[in-house]
Design a protein around this ligand. Structure first.
Ligand SMILES: C[S@@+](CC[C@H](N)C(=O)[O-])C[C@H]1O[C@@H](n2cnc3c(N)ncnc32)[C@H](O)[C@@H]1O
Length: 218
């Protein structure tokens, strides 16, 4: 295996932000407001938000399901990238977070593209499956302990050729450390094994931010 990988130092991360990411003032304000909050570390990185938006435009995605909204950074990136007839269904169970998200969606003029549902996401996905709902793209970024359950449920909601994006698949690098056996790391490891062995999909794991896997349903 080719072992030439560039380690991301703080210096290189700064370079990446200067030359690899375009973040406007609204997103920067949301990012800084969120980072100042407790749990602010849960927010996606600017480069992740940019990749999600890029994929939506590249693939002409018109329906997105987001699982895990938090203060709305990723949903704002995705909603802006959708065409005017595009829809983003956004699931979270914490109104104190999504109130912040909604204020930013309103300011960005994308509130009417987003259908926010305050719910337990896995239960809501099961309800959506019973109604035979379909999405072109799903971004999974909620409770990691249930990632394997989410994966199977999400595949049932994806159109053929649809894209599932799973965040935090490297979990701070812990997935590769045998000594780490806490429940979240174990669940993410389990999901990574399921995905790499799943012949129903094509996949690629990106060592990007905290690790993102792109899964295309055949
Ligand atoms: C990592 S954060 C999402 C970050 C977000 N994508 C962003 O752009 O900043 C995870 C979110 O999942 C939500 N969450 C956790 N468990 C959930 C559940 N069972 N149902 C719905 N939402 C859940 C949390 O409230 C939190 O807002």
């Amino acid at each position: 295996m080719n072992s030439r990988h560039v380690g991301i130092t703080d210096e290189l991360q700064e370079y990446l932000y200067n030359f690899g990411v375009r973040e406007d003032q609204l997103l920067e304000r949301l990012r800084n407001e969120t980072l100042a909050m407790r749990f602010g570390h849960m927010q996606v990185s600017p480069e992740q938000g940019q990749l999600l938006a890029f994929l939506i435009k590249l693939l002409g995605v018109t329906s997105v399901l987001e699982i895990g909204v938090f203060t709305g950074y990723s949903s704002l990136c995705m909603a802006r990238a959708l065409s005017n007839d595009g829809v983003l269904m956004a699931l979270d169970n914490q109104k104190r977070f999504t109130d912040i998200a909604e204020a930013y969606w309103l300011e960005a003029g994308v509130l009417d593209k987003i259908e926010l549902r305050l719910c337990d996401a896995l239960a809501e996905i099961e309800r959506l499956r019973q109604k035979a709902a379909r999405f072109d793209m799903i971004f999974l970024d909620a409770d990691k302990e249930r990632y394997p359950d989410y994966y199977e449920a999400c595949l049932g909601l994806l159109s053929s050729g649809g894209l599932l994006i799973v965040d935090n698949v490297l979990w701070y690098g812990n997935v590769a450390k045998a000594s780490v056996t806490e429940p979240i790391t174990k669940a993410i490891r389990a999901l990574n094994k399921i995905i790499v062995e799943d012949e129903r999909v094509e996949m690629t794991m990106l060592p990007f931010s905290d690790g993102m896997t792109l899964v295309r349903k055949k």
